[in-house]
Ligand binder design. Structure first.
Ligand SMILES: [Zn+2]
Length: 433
């Protein structure tokens, strides 16, 4: 096994180097703890009131807040007549990120959602434009990635397809932060080939369109029932069905993660994407008559994310004219129903298409999000019990408020550009008289 290395982080600590043995992770962790203790010691001398618990985190946050304060102030309104200024937006992002990080440090939250949390910090630290926020995301992400590695050294015996997909996602996310482990990756590559497309994606995109008969997890006992089931096998209560939009974009994310990790999870990304035209044209909310509205918005935002590598590239609206129009027209709906989670996804997707603070949709969405942040730094319903429902709206609000360091106009899977252009040309032919 080899744990591969990361560049030095802001504090000058090497978070990883090439080590040849299984002991390397422990060594790495001890070394990190030693460095962090030193930093913490300095931080506590400077701040006599800080408690000794979570010293590393406090030191990291303290440093981050110092660097935030030290960077250029921006007290100008975000645009002429705006209710908020640049500092308000930056502070809101900072507080949101700290909320997610605090929650991620709770063992039960991390056990349940560790992969997803490491993933978000990894992505965020790579794409945000603000250097101080990037550094803060990276520091938090590396800490969580090291923890994820400690808790996931091998593929458990009897792991099912969902577990494999989660582990591939976590492994990829940790590696993106420079915290690598070759042995787990080898095991995953081997284990992943044992499962089929239907096991990973709930349908086989080679032979069928996204289906309507995949049940939601049972809301009473969290049982996952097989496709086609209408009542729960455990409690015999009726099951709600997932929409085909929901099934499809879940599959799209899984296939995308598989491509990134170079471990096939049931099907290629192109195999799943090819069903996109079957989801078009998109219907609006229709005063809640369209029960698929919310899922179809998330399907469209995840087309954007997987094609722009989660806010790395700009996308031309000409490649995805229907998604562009649909997402743009959905901003007022998300505001109308007060859905900050959806609104956040709409904003960063539209920014990828080239919208800026000069556009009415971005202005309306930004003001709505800044006005709706909770006292604890989160967004969404503070009474939700499931941590997912606390951190996800907070992540998407941060994403929607952020500026990005775009790396040019480009499709993450360049070989698919002709496919998108062919679909777009067909669309133009049907809409142009
Ligand atoms: Zn049940």
């Amino acid at each position: 096994m080899a744990l591969r290395a990361a560049p030095a982080n802001h504090a000058g600590i090497k978070v990883g180097q090439a080590f040849p043995t299984a002991l390397s992770l422990e060594f790495l962790v001890l070394k990190k703890i030693a460095c962090l203790l030193l930093i913490f010691l300095c931080a506590s001398l400077a701040r006599p009131h800080s408690s000794s618990q979570h010293g590393d985190a406090r030191a990291a946050q303290h440093k981050a807040s110092v660097s935030l304060q030290a960077s250029r102030r921006d007290a100008r309104p975000l645009w002429p007549g705006a209710r908020f200024n640049g500092d308000d937006r930056r502070r809101a992002i900072y507080r949101g990120m700290r909320f997610i990080y605090r929650g991620a440090r709770e063992p039960e939250n991390f056990k349940e959602y560790g992969e997803d949390l490491v993933w978000w910090f990894g992505v965020t630290s790579g794409v945000m434009r603000d250097p101080a926020l990037r550094r803060m995301a990276r520091r938090m992400g590396v800490e969580l990635a090291l923890r994820w590695r400690r808790e996931h050294r091998t593929v458990p015996r009897g792991a099912d397809a969902d577990t494999i997909a989660e582990l591939v996602s976590g492994d990829n996310a940790a590696s993106s932060l420079g915290v690598r482990a070759a042995r787990l990756k080898e095991q995953l590559r081997f284990a992943a080939s044992r499962f089929s497309a239907r096991e990973y994606l709930k349908f086989d995109p080679l032979t069928e369109p996204p289906p309507n008969d995949v049940p939601e997890e049972c809301e009473y006992d969290q049982t996952e029932n097989p496709r086609g089931a209408t009542v729960c096998a455990v409690c015999h209560r009726p099951l709600a069905m997932k929409s085909r939009y929901d099934v499809w974009y879940d599959a799209l994310i899984t296939a995308y993660i598989g491509e990134r990790a170079r471990i096939k999870l049931g099907a290629s990304y192109a195999d799943v994407l090819k069903w996109l035209p079957s989801l078009r044209p998109y219907r609006g909310r229709e005063q809640d008559a369209n029960t698929d509205f919310i899922d179809s918005v998330y399907a469209a935002t995840h087309v954007v994310y997987t094609l722009n590598d989660y806010s790395r590239y700009r996308l031309s609206p000409r490649w995805l004219p229907q998604e562009y129009e649909f997402l743009r027209s959905s901003v007022k709906e998300a505001v109308a129903i007060g859905d900050t989670d959806m609104l956040g996804e709409l904003l960063d997707s539209l920014k990828s298409f080239g919208l800026t603070d000069a556009d009415a949709e971005v202005r309306a969405g930004t003001e709505f999000l800044l006005a709706r942040q909770n006292l604890d730094g989160s967004w969404g319903d503070v009474d939700e019990d499931d941590f997912y429902d606390r951190y996800h709206p907070t992540e998407t609000a941060i994403d929607g408020l952020s500026d990005y360091a775009w790396q040019g106009e480009r499709i993450n899977f360049p070989q698919l550009k002709p496919v998108l252009e062919k679909w777009a040309a067909g669309h133009e032919a049907t809409t142009t008289p």
